[in-house]
Design a protein around this ligand. Sequence first.
Ligand code: DX5
Ligand code: ZN
Length: 224
Amino acid sequence: MQQRSIAPSILAADFARLGAEVADVAEVVGTIHVDVMDGHYVPNITLGHPVVASLRRATDRVLDCHLMITDPATYAPQLVALGADHITFHPEVEDDPIALIHDLHDRGATVGVAIKPAHPVSMVTELLGHVDLLLVMTVEPGFGGQSFLPETVPKVAEAAIWRATNDARFRIQVDGGIGPTTVAQAAAAGAEVLVAGSSVFGATDRAAAVRTLLDLADAAGAVA
Ligand code: DX5
Ligand code: ZN
């Protein structure tokens, strides 16, 4: 049985005091979600190498780097070298996603692939036997603080069924608009890793916000 977890997205944190922001949640989470955007794959620019390196020095939690960039094969290995533990990329921009997955595994990272709201699960099924994680985006990638798109939830259930049918092992992550009013539906559909930015770092007590999300997710039902 897999454990559910909340992965706070630092996109909603105060970047001027990032170490303290991460320390605020470290006690209650195993993973920190790091959104890397390049201004090409998405119309926004966030952070890159120096921030990942600083985070690596600041925390021993798993650094889950979500690459919303057009050239993951160039930059993902560099981020792993700087201390990223996990890389998720959007595979439609990569010529040979299976080669990149294996390259990152060889470098010691775990690897995920992401699908945008308009992408069907079938777009990535040939990759799912190779990855550790499938990210089902529950908003359009690019910005924090957007509203959860409920029409994406059936893809979570579909991925969970595909995994069981095909004896695959990837975890299912959701990302975007996850908060107290939406976490249960994603969890009930089978999401195990729930990324939450605004609903965690927008709270006064971040650890309490994480615990609340976890309780609501657990109350939604057992994971596969
Ligand atoms: C959106 C990012 C998300 C975002 C989530 O492109 O991938 O990780 O930070 O933020 P919230 O939880 O505020 O929607
Ligand atoms: Zn993300």
